[in-house]
Design a protein around this ligand. Structure first.
Ligand code: IMP
Length: 504
């Protein structure tokens, strides 16, 4: 017989069948307005009375998955107050380049990719296609700005064999600003940019060296995003996943690229492999916070805490594309996992005075699941599917005719696949990483959900309203004051639309 058999069923986070959670209403005062509802939380550990190294303004992470978080998603997540974790199922240099691309942006000021006058236009086309960039400053071998080339300056077929110098706009014909007149002031850059009548403005030193470019759309974005999470140099904060196989090579490349926080990406974090990876990062790169995971038990939390984890990630099996539980029979309902690990975090805090944030990873279907995950005890939530339909993911969109209620309608979808799926494993040479030879994830489609900004604007509104109706103005208050109740099957039915025929 097993050492222990828990006969109380473990509970999922969302209403899949029975027994999930709902917040009870609490006392809501007139002062509890939307703008005073605080969605911030610590991401990394801190001692009582001190500040965490990284704090999020919206306690939400986009998952470290090929189909979710590349540099574009990471930038948008940081602009929204959260954080993107760039996937590690790709060659080390490619992941490091994605990190660099996020760190190139300093709250509106971009350190651009430059080209030389001798660069072939065919190379510019390849690079522009690969990265979706359209504007390249041209510098000489001393870093002096000599011109500008954009996609409008050449014809892909006729000019591919020419050099950049043959087609660029020379410096005399472009507007520039000097760094000592802008002084890192985004508003000053904005004014100058608007007066230039162009979409971007290079900023140079008095001796002509290129420092930054500002793009109108980036400045608009920045001014629109007061919640953005920035580092000490006002660059967007970014995370990157690492695996337990090649971390000795991957971590140095990622830290060199400027990564702010590392995430050990395994479905079973209570292992010697994860302990060794944690100890390596702590010893070799003590200034870089590292998140351990995933675990679903108190023992798992204590193990990672004792081995130096700066935060602990929870979840084994709740992912929408995950078949781990079906395949190997190991895992736990995500609601129960959060409750158990939150208790362990609180006990550890009482014992040591060190607060180690916990991250609920997977199982988020809709916005209110985020509120419930926080209330159950999570500090931060990580999601994949919830973001997979957004414009910012690196995946394709398809439009399909589908029959719904007897009518043919056009449906837009984006592809989404698990990191343990056969598709995700295609990037590596067979067997090199000692991966399982059976899949733990599937490939799927999700509904297209448009720009992240709009997707999250609606989510924020619903989450804040839910928090206030539960009598809470912050995640810390959800932890202290909220009351949750388990739903019966009948109350789930009663809480949804019932006994009516919907208009089509
Ligand atoms: P979702 O938000 O429910 O879609 O879950 C996303 C989470 O599922 C990720 O952050 C991972 O922890 C986990 N995950 C990603 N790929 C796989 C897989 O192939 N098998 C099992 N779990 C996965």
């Amino acid at each position: 017989m097993a050492k222990d058999i828990i006969e109380t069923p473990s509970r999922a986070l969302s209403e899949f069948e029975l027994h999930q959670f709902i917040l009870l209403p609490g006392y809501k005062t007139n002062e509890m307005t939307s703008d005073k509802t605080d969605l911030s939380a610590p991401l990394t550990k801190f001692r009582n009375g001190e500040q965490p190294k990284i704090k999020l303004n919206f306690a939400l992470l986009s998952a470290a998955m090929q189909s979710v978080t590349s540099d574009r998603m990471a930038i948008s997540m940081a602009q929204e107050g959260g954080l993107g974790v760039i996937f590690c199922s790709q060659p080390i240099n490619e992941q490091a380049n994605m990190v660099k691309d996020v760190k190139r942006r300093r709250a509106g000021f971009v350190i651009p990719h430059t080209v030389l006058p001798e660069t072939l236009i065919s190379e510019v086309i390849d690079f522009a296609d690969e990265r979706s960039y359209s504007t390249f400053p041209v510098v000489n071998e001393n870093g002096k700005l000599v011109g500008y080339i954009t996609k409008n300056d050449f014809d892909r077929k006729r000019h591919a064999h020419l050099k950049v110098g043959d087609r660029m706009l020379p410096i005399e014909r472009i507007s520039v600003a000097y760094d000592d007149e802008i002084n890192d002031d985004l508003i000053a850059a904005y004014e100058k940019l608007v007066e230039s009548h162009h979409g971007s403005l290079p900023i140079i030193t008095r001796d002509g060296k290129l420092k930054h470019i500002v793009f109108k759309k980036d400045i608009d974005h920045h001014l629109d995003n007061p919640m953005a999470v920035l580092d000490a140099e006002k660059r967007y904060v970014v995370g990157a996943a690492i695996n337990t196989s090649d971390y000795k090579q991957r971590v140095p490349a990622l830290t060199e690229a400027g990564v702010d926080v590392l995430f050990i990406d395994t479905s079973q974090g209570h292992t010697d492999y994860v302990k060794e990876a944690l100890q390596f990062v702590k010893k070799e790169f003590p200034d870089v916070p590292v998140v351990g995971g995933n675990v679903v038990t108190k023992e798992g939390f204590d193990f990672l805490a004792e081995n130096g984890a700066d935060a602990v990630k929870i979840g084994m099996g709740p992912g929408s594309i995950c078949i781990t539980q079906e395949q190997i029979g190991v895992g736990r309902g995500q609601g129960t996992s959060i409750i158990e690990v939150a208790k362990a975090r609180n006990e550890y805090y009482e014992k040591t005075g060190v607060y180690i944030p916990i991250i609920a990873d997977g199982g988020i279907r809709v916005a209110k699941d985020i509120t419930v995950a926080w209330a159950l005890g999570a500090d931060v939530v990580m999601a994949g599917k919830y973001f997979a339909g957004c414009d910012e993911t690196p995946t394709k969109t398809r439009t399909m005719a589908k029959i719904v209620d007897g009518k043919s309608i056009e449906v837009r979808e984006k592809s989404y696949w698990g990191e343990g799926s056969d598709k995700a494993k295609e990037w590596m040479a067979a067997g090199r990483y000692g991966q399982n030879d059976f899949p733990e994830g599937v490939e799927a489609w999700v509904a297209y959900s448009g720009a992240l900004k709009n997707h999250l604007a609606q989510a924020k509104a619903m989450i804040k309203d839910g928090m206030r109706k539960a009598g809470c103005s912050s995640i810390a208050e959800l932890h202290e004051k909220s009351v949750l109740q388990v739903l019966s099957a009948g109350s789930i039915t009663e809480g949804g639309v019932h006994d009516v025929t919907l208009h089509n």
